[in-house]
Structure formats: structure tokens, C-alpha cells
Ligand binder design. Sequence first.
Ligand code: SER
Length: 581
Amino acid sequence: MSSEQIRKLFLDFFEKRGHKMVPSSSLIPDDPSVLLTSAGMQQFKRYFTGELDAEKDFGGKNTASIQKSFRTSDIDEVGDETHLTFFEMLGHFSFGYYFKKETIEWTYELLTKIFQIPPERISATVFGGDETVPFDQESFDAWSKLLPPERIGKGSREDNFWGPAGAEGPCGACNEVYVDDVEVATLVFMEYYCRPDGSLEKLKQKGVDVGWGFERLVATLQGTENIFETDLLQPLVSKIEELAPKLDERTKRIFTDHIRGIAFLIGDGLRPSNKEAGYILRRLIRRILGLQTKYDVHASLFLLLLETISEKYSGFYPELKNTDNIFKVFEDERFRFQKAIQEGIAEIEKRAKKSEEIDAKVAFYLYETFGLPLELTLELAPEELTKNLKKEEFDREFEKHQKTSRAGMEKKFGGHGLVLNTGELRAGSKEELNKVLRLHTATHLLQQALRDVLGDSVEQRGSDVTAERTRFDFSFERKVTPEELKKVEDVVNQKIKEDLPVKFKEMSKSDAEKTGALYFFKEKYPDKVKVYYIGDSLETAYSKEFCGGPHVEHTGIIGKFKILKEESVAAGIRRIRAAVE
Ligand code: SER
């Protein structure tokens, strides 16, 4: 049975039983409580709570989907026989309609009738109960009609209670379904809303969230030893073997998993960066590049695999059709990292020669200086040098550094440091830094928008950005009217919506002046300056300013821009305070 047939059989089965097909949502969720989409239920969170109406939005009470999913929790396990970062999930969902009996009967029917699994290979577990949530008698009874008692287990809160996805959300007791010893499906019966403090509140309606790990199911149905031998992943493994026949099993699997994950993440619009989901992508790419260098694998590996992935998946996921764009993002990151990684490896080799230990401090130095993530250092350095290197200690180094070192941030972001023509940027933590970057870029947009609306007499007279707000002083003779302020706000939000790239070019001060970029007359600039511009090219950019950075990489992540206050600070000088949400 091919993986394509399995997709179709699954969707047809549930379509016939009253489910509306819903396409996969993006791997980049609109739910701020998670970094990446990690389950099929995620796009339906608000249908489970009753806030949204499935009948209105999808034309039915029940839905089915094949969802692209990404989990970082298993990243260190990738390389064994069962773990992946990116995977697909076959799912069916009900929002206040059928419940346990139907779900369990369908699961059994699908396995035995459609997928032809002999009943004696099937087993299940149900929630055994604890002090807050009772034993799941209803599931137990339903399974008892299908399986002998010795193949129905009772499990703990840890194994048989699912959710929430993220900090809060719907959750409930679940059944796990096994074929032989492989877990193929999780049947979640949504009955509670878990608040951020962990307490449970009954949902208004009962829901069903069933997820089948696609790769594992395909391996089970194709009878392969493991997921890498299925018709989904085998073509990728073969390509790797052609290029690098001597690689060990684990490394081949890491290449397979990560390259597929990278292709899907970039395909959904994610870009490598130093924060949040972008940092996950950066780490995946850098790990691939590190392994490629370590094992001397030809640089065409990514492109060859990408083409195979596109052939295999773009029928179902059209975002994988355009491989040029995905390749370009990968290549840009490769270019950025290449030099650093060679230097990092040289540094590791130097230490290895002298048998010098690599502890958390050294590992952090390698990260700071060459951009080598911890896992890459662990992978590249001889094991005996890193046996005392613990992740917790590395994380502690990281935090210590983030709290205290402004100098470190300067290095990371380059340029003339954090004392800028916009005043001083102050950030004490990663979250604050994030906010500051968004507000800093918003301040550039604000200056240009003010000039658009009020004319070129607007010039910067001062600026101060904190994690809470930006304060921008500028020359203007009178009070700005509420209508004008609204216009300015709208222009900034429009530019945010256009999701313009934010880039810089470094050049001599005199060349920079010729570009027409704005600068702050009071500031003393060095001979070489950076011109930050917002737009596709320096020539056509919406905003250009002399600036040391740092900024966000594109305006879309700034969020909603809001002017809080406008007032006078001196004759002919106005002050605006603004925030982003
Ligand atoms: N939410 C459950 C899971 O992700 C079932 O879909 O496993």
C-alpha cells in the first residue's frame, strides 16, 4: 500500500462518515502560545472551546485533515528508528457531536477493514483515573467490545491525558492505540480547558481530536523495519547514499529528517534568525552544514534532496513547488555560516590537538564567536573532550550572558554597537530585546510616515527606545492634529502589513549621504556607516536612515503600531510616544 493510497483511504473513510476536509494549516501558527504547529488540533483550538463554529466555517460539525507538524522535543532522538522533527498527522475532529463510542469503533474499523491489520496485532490503553480526572470507563467499555481484556491497558496522567498544546487550551483523557508495539494513533476526548496555572475547567461541549502519525502508520502498513525505509523517506535516504555511501545510519537519518523539515519550514515562509522559530530553522540548517563539513559530503546534497522532496510532496503541498525560493534561503544561510563554521572547526581541532577540554564556557565562546550551536560542538568535537559539557551549564552561560553583557549583543548584531542615532537601546532579556528591535524598526517607519504626512520639515531631534515604548522627538511648528496622527499610524501599519524586508549596506559617510538616507544632525558618525533601509532595495526603499541597528528582519513581525501621545517638548519640537502590540 503506497503512502499516497494511505492518505486517500484515510480521508475517504472520514469523508464518507460526515467529515469536511480541511487543508493543513501552516507550520507557522497564528497561535502565539506555540512556536510551530505541532499537532492537527492546533488550527481547531477555538472550535473545541465553542468560540468558533465549525458548521459555519467548514460546512459541517466534524473535520478531517492531514497536518504538517513539527516537534522540537524529539530533536535529540532523531537518528534512531522512530523519531522525527517534521512529520505529518492524519486527523479527524468533532466539535460537540460524536464522542468515544463512534471514535473507537471507527478506529478499529479503519485498522482492520481498510488497512487490513489482523485484530490480534491491535491493543489500546485508556486513562486509569487520578484525583482530578476519573477513570475512563466509557472508552474501556467501548474497547472491551472489540479487544480481549489483556490487550486493554490503563495508563497514567502522563501517558493517557493529552494537552494542552501550548500554555493553555483544550485537553482531555486519551486512548493510545498500538499495532504490535508501535503507537499508531492517539484518541483525545476533549472535555476540559487547561488554564495557564494548570487548573482544569469543564468545556461547554465535548470534542474529539484523533491524530495518527503518518510516517509510523506507513511503516506499519508497508511492513518496513523503520520509518526511513518507507516510500516516504526511502527515496531521500537513497539519494544521500548515492552522494555519500560511507555515512553511518544515524547521520543519514539526521540529513533526511532535517532537510525535509527545513524545506517545509522555508516553504511556509519561515526565515533563519536568532530568535524563536527562526532560530530553530537556523539550528537545523547549521547542523546540516556542520555534518556536511565533518563528513565531507558534497554541497549539492541539499538541492538534490530538495528536488526529491518537491517531487514527492508538492502534489499535496503546493508550497513545495517553487524550489528556487527555498534553495535561495538555504544558500543565503550557508553563505553566512560557511566561514564561521570553518573557523569554529579549526578552533575545536586546535583544542583537540592539545587535549584541552571543551566545557560550557568554551562551548559558549564557540557559539558567540562562530555561531556554533551547542549540539554542533558536541557533534564535531571528540567525545572525550566534551564528556563534562552539560546542556544546563551551557544554558546558564547563555542566560548569564544575556542578562549582563551589552558588549556581547554588540558583537552579535555588529555595527557600532547599541549606542545609536536613535539614542540607547536597552534590553535585559531575550524577550525585551525582541520588543526593542520591533520598536526600533517601527521608529524608522514612524519618521518616514511623519515626513509623508507633515512634510519634509520633520527632522529627528532625539529618540529613545525601551522595551515598553519608543519616544521620538522631531522638529515641527505646531500641534499635530488627531487626524494627522491617525494618518501617520495608518501609514506605519500599512508598511508593517506589506512585510517589507529590513536590510543595511555599509559604506563611507559621504556615499551614505548621497543615498538620501536620513540622519540625525546631532550625532557624530564614524567614517564608515551603515544605511538601514526598509524595502526591497536601497534605491526603492520606503525608509533609509544612518543607523547601527539592530532591527527586525522584516516589518511583518513588528505587530500593531499605536501612537500613545503627542506633545510639545520645546519651541518647534514635538514628541511622540508609541508602542507595538
Ligand atoms: N492531539 C493529539 C496528538 O497530537 C491527537 O491528535 O497526538
